[in-house]
Design a protein around this ligand. Sequence first.
Ligand code: PEP
Ligand code: MN
Length: 343
Amino acid sequence: MLIVMKSDATESDIRRVEEIIEKLGYRPHTMPGAARTAIGVTGNPGAIDPTHFENLPGVADAIRVTKQYKLISKDLRPEKSVIKVGNATIGGNELAIIAGPCAVETVEQVFSAAEAVAKSGAKFFRGGAFKPRTSPYAFQGKGEDGLKILAEVRNQFGLNIVTEAMDERGVDLVEKYGDCIQIGARNMQNFSLLKYVGQTRKPVLLKRGLSATLDEFLLAAEYIMAEGNYDVILCERGIRTFGTHARNTMDLSVVPAVQKLTHLPIIVDPSHGTGRNYMVNPLARAGVAVGADGLIIEVHPCPEEALCDGAQALTLEQYSELYTQVNAIYEILAKEEMAIALA
Ligand code: PEP
Ligand code: MN
């Protein structure tokens, strides 16, 4: 059920609806919007009788939701969500660029990348301290020591830190040191982990699973939101297909498909999406052109020495070129949009 409040509904009208939902044993999810507040209801095993709400002061409508999506849906929130990450936002009127190495390796490596990322004008820094590797013998990440280096990057460069957690302990640590918890492709359907990050109050970057359908991807976001954390950013990072020319197949069609259904922002990851240095820039440009809210890009001061994902890492120079190009594309699109809005 979705309860749409009138535009002039008061705080106490909203509180009253929330209380009734709680009394029925369900959970209210209140989403304030530009024109009106909507309250989603979860936890109800069957349909709820709309007469509980219809005649209450401030209530415009009580609508049965038959779709499997409740909280991610545009029915709940027609306008796009702008997610606050540290001191910046994702999903607003600016292209969000998250850049940095695949893995935190050394202080020098991280700081050299961070200097270039900060200089470009980007507001977010990435780097994994917990690495999901195919082989148990491959570099697994520096753990908490790596997170401490990332926290130092925030202090020195003012960049907001996006970093992966693979388990509950990792979530607790990323909450302590980082600004945004990344849930990697391999954990997209780790439902207990999704519930756990849903209980934190840090934004979550949710990467699409290696072979996840659109429904599976969106329902993973729904898991997080159902726990009360509405700050979810989706990320297309390529899916597995029969192609061997690239590490994965970047599914750019998922961007408008996601935008049709949900108010959540979506960014793209052309680094994991292609796995090849020379493909990252063209697919980054394509991602912006298709309407993504941002990009996540792997950058390394010396890609040939990288302990993880060196083949897809950009050099600092390549990154700075990419930054200029994708922002030029973004500006053209923003101008176009403004011209259409004014026409
Ligand atoms: C990463 O961002 O370094 C990573 C491991 O990504 P994914 O989960 O998309 O493979
Ligand atoms: Mn990587």
